[in-house]
Design a protein around this ligand. Structure first.
Ligand code: IPM
Ligand code: MG
Length: 367
């Protein structure tokens, strides 16, 4: 039997609780699908800072580089608000993305039928919504240098962040978006700010050229990112795949996520380039929601985004398409049966704890 190494990094806040539910799915995959998953664990974020004074240790970075896939919970919380910028909890996540070369961040926003009423938008605007944000994840203003605050000596300071994109970075992320569009409804909308930013001008140019060179069968449109944000809340169903840079992708994916009713529902995958010899990609899977320190430890967090992240892991890292679909269907069925965690609770439904929601999904799978 193949063995597959998973590194679990539960992190902070609700990360450990939701990941405990995901472990039940790993056991299920091993039992029912002979998946051969072997688990290693590590610390990231504030948990790593408390243990080692760094947001991720070198040993855990080495484990991440050696793993077939990394499953990540969440990082951060008020406890670490005052730690040095270099070792803040988020730095651990950013280092993982950079050092693993995870340039392609896939953030699906799917509105489960049972939750169409929980959105802040009218039901007809979001019902049946299924869009995919493809966010560039290792470039742009997140990593560009210089990145600093300097003292101008006259009582003033100056802060600088640098937005940088090279051609190859835009080519590879737009290729990922076009490839994925082919498996969906074959449409890509690219978003940038070419009316203000040079990086937007190049982004637009390279996406257009990449399309012309290899993806003419895919419908490509362009939108300014601010207008894109507006269109996302006006009529989100006009989109299929949205491709955008690191910072716009961060913001637009939170907007898209909330359309679906709850941040607690949405998974994400961060993928590297395929290895030339083996074809396999480095990958990290994480819920889009953060560490939610306000509800951590109470047993009420929604584990669905974490469990759906595991489904993405089955699909994208291990080509276990059928089990991935089974997990996604089990989530939908449990919601259809009126089972809810507190964040998505509505009248007439049954409210479950984090643990009971994990069990309900596994029970749905095992019958
Ligand atoms: C996200 C988060 C991160 C980001 C933070 C935690 C660094 O907001 O994954 O969207 O800004 O990328
Ligand atoms: Mg974000």
């Amino acid at each position: 039997m193949t063995t597959r190494k998973l590194l679990l990094l539960p992190g902070d806040g609700v990360g450990p609780e939701t990941m405990n539910q995901m472990r039940k799915l790993i056991d299920w995959a091993n039992r029912e699908h002979a998946a051969g998953f072997e688990i290693e664990e590590g610390l990231v974020g504030g948990a790593a800072y408390d243990a080692h004074g760094a947001s991720i240790s070198e040993q855990d970075m080495a484990k991440a580089l050696a793993a077939d896939a990394v499953l990540f919970g969440a990082v951060g919380g008020p406890k670490w608000d005052d730690v040095a910028y270099e070792v803040r909890p988020e730095a651990g996540l950013l280092r993982l993305r950079k050092d693993l070369g995870l340039f392609a961040n896939l953030r699906p926003a799917i509105c489960y039928p049972a939750l169409a009423d929980s959105s802040s938008l009218r039901k007809e605007v979001v019902e049946g919504l299924d869009i995919l944000i493809v966010r560039e994840l290792t470039g742009g203003v997140y990593f560009g240098e210089p990145k600093e605050i300097t003292d101008l000596g006259n009582g003033q300071k100056r802060a600088i962040d640098t937005q940088i994109y090279d051609t190859f970075e835009i080519e590879r992320i737009s290729s990922v978006a076009f490839e994925l569009a082919r498996t969906r409804t074959n449409r890509v909308c690219s978003m940038e700010k070419r009316n203000v930013m040079k990086s937007g001008v190049l982004w637009n140019e390279v996406v257009t050229a990449t399309h012309a060179a290899g993806y003419k069968d895919v419908e490509l449109t362009h939108m300014l990112a601010d207008a894109g944000g507006m269109q996302l809340v006006r009529w989100p169903k006009q989109f299929d795949v949205i491709v955008t840079d690191n910072l716009f992708g961060d913001m637009l994916s939170d907007v898209a996520a909330m359309l679906t009713g709850s941040l607690g529902m949405l998974p994400s995958a961060s993928l590297g380039a395929p290895d030339e010899a083996t074809g396999s990609r480095r990958a990290l899977y994480e819920p889009v929601h953060g560490s939610a320190p306000d509800i951590a430890g109470q047993g009420i967090a929604n584990p669905i985004a974490m469990i759906a992240s595991f489904a993405m892991c089955l699909r994208y890292s291990f080509d276990m398409v059928e089990p991935a679909g089974q997990v996604e269907e089990a989530i939908a069925a449990v919601l259809d049966a009126g089972k809810r965690t507190a964040d998505i609770m509505s009248d007439g439904c049954e409210q479950l704890s984090t643990d009971a929601m994990g069990d309900a999904i596994v029970e749905q799978l095992t019958g």
